[in-house]
Ligand binder design. Sequence first.
Ligand SMILES: [Zn+2]
Length: 147
Amino acid sequence: MKQFECQYCCSKGICEHLLAAYDVIGREIIGGLLRNSNELKEMITLVFEHLTQIQIDRVEELLSDSLLDLWYDSYDAVEGSIYIHNLDPYLIAQLSELVISEVEDFESGPGTATTYELFYHDNPADMMSKLFRLVEIDLNYAKNSNV
Ligand SMILES: [Zn+2]
């Protein structure tokens, strides 16, 4: 059974080069720099709140496919409110545009395995700013739309 191993520093645990360790089945980032991305969450929440003022078919035109998935996961149509429960699948979709990942089964306890997708990079800070930029571009069209 495989273990995490960084190709840059040969660390067997979570190191500075790990952008995200993504639990594919649980759809959750369990480690790495992207784990607590509150800044991105706040940024997206603001834009989504703006979009609650807009007709739903217009929202569908304004959002990219991956943002639209996140929108439907976060929008309470009855209350007309936004709550982002799980940003991780969206972040991983964006990160996949930037970094080649490896998907492997890893031991998660005695006799059990979990599938993780791992994103390592030798310049994680640079990748984080590229990811922010990518999300900003993804949001831009919606942000500038008139209500
Ligand atoms: Zn490393």
